[in-house]
Design a protein around this ligand. Structure first.
Ligand SMILES: Nc1ncnc2c1ncn2[C@@H]1O[C@H](COP(=O)(O)OP(=O)(O)OP(=O)(O)O)[C@@H](O)[C@H]1O
Length: 719
């Protein structure tokens, strides 16, 4: 590093303009960059040895080192014949595709389509005429080629044809030579792809430019030089003054593509606080998929007890940084497609709650299996299953809770300022059994089974309020008003859509955790409107990433960031460890005298006192009608569903008819099942018949009608 570039070693590090990072840099302990002296490698020779060595013929070092450009070229030249067949075949495919686009005047069609439906119609005649002309040119060239070949045969015989064939094959092989990355894609960053190499300044600038994150003449400023950090490479950069770090975060996928790494391995974060600014980014690229590693066991498995006022150990980031989940002052929504770890995740904070003897636990397991049974030993109220009787009992339990919330506020208002300075519960208040205001956690798994219950609340009034509707309004009231009174909700669902969880309820659940979902709309339904545009998309998680999800604090009540979700690999906590933790929790409650309700054998739920019921009726309705914290709705018509957007990029203009669902799914990196579901959700009409015999498949397989897909893409483009 040139000494003139050095600015200050007091701050995070010096700023170095890329590209000029040829000299070795070292991070000192304080983070400053210092010049290292060049390291020379050599051996002492006598005069005679030197003369002999010079006289000996040898290849230049650049050609003999296996990593060198020359070395690679030599190896490639030696193995070229082995690759020729494949290259010629690819060349034919590339040429054929290019010709087909040309003869169909694809460039004009595409431009017209981009300009809108009116232009497509206006340009129709022009496209048609040009296409006819190009077919004629094709015919002429084919005829000319045949005449030339005939001439060569007549004049030079078989050897002439051989030369002609070899020249053509060579031309095709050049066209079809495999580029780095996917076949046919321009290699943005030629050369070997070691991560250390990728993080080199020059290549990073190229990648940022290719991903259109900086202008073609812009440079990046290095704040912290690349270093191996945990299981990946990390560095900190400053963008040019005109660029924002948040823009790069939203386009992380484009950057991952330019760097040719899977986006799950690339972490892009803003550097905030005194050491950061709106244009400063910390990049980290994992050596391997960080979420595929063995899950970390939860520390709750061995914790003797827990204080729920402390955030609960929840998981780790890709870089191994611990992530804790706050439970007090907020409520949590967990959403995912089935079998991604929803139940496991929901049980983490509930186990912490079980380990705190001053916490009242209320559990409703809408699935009704054994997943939550360990909590029966400690839960004040425990409901297993989602039959009508279970849902009606849940209503009584929630009414009891809602009445308690209202009563707590009355009592908090009467307390002296020292005990209750802010009209909110404090740790002291919640731990005093005499006050009867323990932290209360209501955990409901498969909440959609309760919320969707379409049975009249009053059997004598079939057109009146439904059981699901009543549960929804009670939950909304508790989520909205309960946190200050010490109530938290933890709701998990595998159907996070607006019909099941209305915006009014979802908006009150300030902490959101989205495991793998199928579409970006589903991701937004959990994380909140606008999160997809801000670069948070749980549909990008892989189904193999069980227990991995995006955690967002949307209510600003906790330390979790509301601006950018953190991807968390949650801790693993098996049912046996949960059972043991609940046994410890029960013993602690018995000691503290806080075992209550169902766990203490007091199952009776009294009907609400009529005066309390009347007051609650008013308050619940007001809370349900008021604006949610996060009131934005997802405008589903605004953007092309993700699966169609992927197909729009993937499908060639010449592709039509039906293709095997599995084959098409593989091309866009989805499983056939998930792809089928996403197509249905996007409204793509099923092919008739739905299964057919297709080339390359011995038995009939599910098929997709590409024309139906294209019709939807085109109609969305016209909107
Ligand atoms: N943190 C984790 N790390 C690794 N694997 C996990 C983790 N959490 C859950 N899993 C695995 O994922 C599987 C599914 O978990 P879980 O039963 O919680 O899913 P679910 O989404 O609740 O499913 P369903 O919708 O069927 O109820 C479990 O068998 C478990 O092995």
């Amino acid at each position: 590093m040139a000494a003139s570039n050095r600015k200050s070693d007091k701050e995070m590090g010096e700023l170095i303009a890329f590209p000029n990072a040829a000299v070795t840099e070292l991070d000192s302990e304080r983070g400053a960059l210092e010049k290292a002296t060049p390291v020379l490698d050599g051996e002492l020779l006598t005069e005679e040895q030197y003369r002999q060595a010079k006289a000996r013929w040898s290849l230049p070092a650049a050609w003999t080192h296996p990593q060198s450009t020359g070395g690679r070229l030599a190896v490639r030249a030696a193995t070229a014949p082995l690759h020729l067949g494949g290259a010629v075949a690819r060349g034919m495919a590339v040429t054929g595709r290019a010709w087909w686009r040309w003869v169909r005047v694809a460039e004009l069609r595409d431009a017209a389509r981009e300009a809108g439906a009116a232009t497509v119609v206006a340009k129709f005649d022009e496209v048609r005429e040009l296409s006819i002309l190009r077919w004629k040119v094709t015919g002429g060239v084919t005829l000319g080629g045949a005449v030339v070949t005939g001439g060569v045969v007549l004049l030079a015989g078989g050897s002439g044809v051989l030369v002609l064939g070899a020249a053509t094959a060579l031309g095709l092989a050049v066209l079809g030579r495999r580029k780095d990355g996917a076949p046919g894609r321009r290699a943005a960053l030629p050369g070997p792809r070691s991560l250390a190499w990728l993080m080199n300044g020059d290549h990073l600038v190229t990648a940022f430019r290719d991903a259109k994150l900086i202008g073609k003449d812009d440079m990046l400023m290095l704040v912290k030089s690349p270093r191996h950090d945990g299981k990946g490479w990390a560095l900190t950069i400053d963008l040019p003054p005109s660029r924002k770090a948040s823009e790069v975060i939203t386009k992380r996928e484009a950057l991952a593509s330019a760097l040719a790494v899977d986006e799950v391995r690339l972490i892009v974060e803003r550097v905030r606080g005194d050491n950061g600014h709106a244009g400063r980014l910390a990049l980290w690229v994992g050596d391997a998929d960080p979420y595929a590693a063995e899950p970390v066991p939860s520390p709750l498995a061995t914790a003797e007890r827990w204080d729920l006022w402390q955030p609960v150990p929840f998981g780790t980031t890709a870089r191994g940084v611990a992530v804790n989940l706050p439970v007090v002052w907020t409520s949590l929504l967990i959403g995912a497609i089935p079998r991604q770890g929803k139940t496991f995740v929901a049980r983490l904070p509930l186990t912490a709650a079980a380990l705190d003897p001053h916490v009242r636990l209320i559990i409703a397991d809408g699935k009704g299996g054994k997943d939550f049974r360990p909590f029966e030993q400690v839960a004040h109220r425990f409901i297993r299953g989602s039959r009508e009787a279970d849902a009606r009992r849940l209503i009584l339990v929630l009414e009891e809770c809602a009445a308690d919330v209202a009563d707590r506020f009355d009592r908090l208002a009467e307390m002296d300022d020292e005990l209750c300075p802010e009209s909110k519960v404090t740790p002291e208040i919640t731990r005093d059994p005499a006050l009867g205001m323990p932290l209360t956690v209501i955990g409901i798994d498969e909440v959609q089974n309760f919320l969707g219950m379409d049975v009249p609340l009053d059997p004598d009034n079939p057109k009146g309020k439904k059981v699901g509707g009543r549960i929804c309004e009670l939950l909304t009231y508790i989520a909205k008003t309960g946190p200050a009174a010490g109530y938290s909700l933890i709701l998990a669902t595998q159907k996070p859509d607006a019909q099941v969880i209305p915006d009014g309820l979802r908006g009150q659940l300030g902490t959101r955790f989205a495991l793998k979902v199928m579409t970006y709309q589903a991701s937004e339904t959990i994380l909140g409107a606008g999160t997809y545009k801000a670069g948070m998309d749980a549909s990008k998680l892989l189904t193999s990433h069980k227990g991995v999800g995006l955690l967002l604090g949307a209510d600003g009540e906790t330390e979790l960031s509301a601006g950018d979700a953190v991807t968390v690999r949650t801790h693993l906590l098996h049912i046996a460890a949960i059972r043991a933790a609940c046994e410890r929790g029960r013993a602690l409650r018995e000691q503290a005298g806080t075992l209550s309700g169902d766990a203490a054998g007091e199952n009776h739920l009294a009907e609400l006192d009529p005066t309390v019921a009347a007051r609650l009726a008013d308050e619940v309705t007001t809370a349900t009608d008021s604006e949610p914290v996060d009131a934005d709705l997802v405008d589903e018509s605004a953007e092309l569903p993700e699966v169609l957007a992927l197909l729009a990029d993937e499908l060639g203009t010449d592709e039509s008819g039906v293709v095997a669902t599995g084959d098409l799914a593989a091309r866009i990196g989805m499983s056939a099942k998930a792809f089928g579901e996403a197509l249905r959700a996007a409204g793509v009409a099923a092919a008739v018949p739905a299964k057919r015999r297709m080339p390359g498949h011995p038995n009939p397989v599910a098929v997709v009608d590409l024309d139906a897909v294209r019709a939807l893409i085109d109609s969305a483009a016209r909107r």
